[in-house]
Design a protein around this ligand. Structure first.
Ligand SMILES: Cc1cc2nc3c(=O)[nH]c(=O)nc-3n(C[C@H](O)[C@H](O)[C@H](O)COP(=O)(O)OP(=O)(O)OC[C@H]3O[C@@H](n4cnc5c(N)ncnc54)[C@H](O)[C@@H]3O)c2cc1C
Length: 262
């Protein structure tokens, strides 16, 4: 099975203290530590497991700048066979629809049985997977937390639904799935794996390579505009728990017990 996984380089929530930029419309992105979007890491692990079992190959792809190559190499160190970097100044400022349009242009040049995205990334929009499926005119399942390969034309996919319930669906290939965290346990990537792929050539494609009109992508093509970005005021009833993680957990449990939550 030929599997493509869309991955995004995002600020690492465990490694950064976030502040707003001076314009107040985004995070201050200077000096942040970046890593691969957590959901995408699960998607890559799932793809590798399917290919280990059924054969085929895993390609990881990202839309980003030169530094985004590092997340492709990380996922190749994990076991993905190929990487593709879609990069061009014209891509800057793309909204979710722009990102999906850029990915679509490259995907149409290949031949993939299965395309995986994360359920969401750092912007939390959860829109790229669904838009991509619609643009490619392929079936789509979101929030997938289980995949069983029935045959080379069909998958059974589990979806997490409201209230912790679970549903199973059959989906015809080729298809697009957005992957939920917890579907597997992503393998550890050691320094040896990173070294092994350090010199592997990763093709880069620009807007003109993809036949994209600059006016339809990037800031010029964005039909959604972020107009504000802020931390909401605490409500009157909000209480911030202070202390170490252990102390906070203990205080939280006490409060839940005291209020009948446990
Ligand atoms: C007006 C506007 C301007 C923006 N300008 C920029 C900008 O200059 N630079 C910037 O980085 N972001 C920019 N963004 C945010 C960018 O559009 C988001 O990354 C995009 O909308 C995806 O949203 P998300 O991160 O919530 O992803 P979701 O839709 O939540 O992501 C779901 C999945 O889609 C896939 N995916 C998402 N983004 C990528 C990607 N880049 N490459 C490969 N796969 C991907 C991943 O598999 C991911 O798990 C802008 C957004 C707006 C509205």
């Amino acid at each position: 099975m030929e599997i493509l996984v869309c991955v995004k380089r995002v600020p690492d929530t465990a490694e950064n203290e976030f502040e707003l930029n001076s314009a107040g419309n985004d995070l201050d992105r200077d000096d942040l530590v970046y890593s691969v979007n957590e959901w995408d890491n699960y998607a890559v692990e799932e793809a590798i497991q399917i290919v280990d079992d059924k054969g085929g190959s895993v390609t990881v792809i990202t839309v980003g700048d030169d530094e985004s190559e590092e997340v492709l190499r990380r996922e190749m160190a994990m076991g993905a066979d190929n990487g593709i970097l879609l990069t061009d100044d014209a891509f800057e400022g793309s909204d979710g629809m722009g990102i999906a349009a850029i990915l679509k242009a490259e995907i149409e040049k290949g031949s993939y049985d299965l395309i995986l995205t994360g359920a969401q990334a750092d912007e939390g929009a959860g829109q790229v997977g669904g838009m991509l499926a619609a643009m490619l005119d392929l079936p789509y399942a979101s929030l997938v937390n289980k995949i069983e390969v029935v045959d080379d034309k069909t998958l059974k996919v589990g979806r997490e639904i409201e209230g912790g319930n679970q549903e199973m669906n059959e989906i015809s290939l080729p298809a697009v799935l957005s992957i939920q965290t917890g579907i597997n346990e992503p393998r550890y990537v050691g320094i040896r794996g990173i070294r092994k792929v350090a010199k592997v050539e990763i093709p880069e494609k620009s807007a003109s390579d993809l036949g994209l009109d600059a006016g339809s992508i990037g800031e010029a093509g964005a039909k959604t505009k972020r107009v504000d970005y802020f931390v909401p005021d605490l409500g009157d009833g909000a209480e911030m728990l202070e202390g170490s993680t252990e102390e906070i957990i203990e205080k939280l449990i006490e409060k839940l017990k005291a209020n009948g939550g446990l």
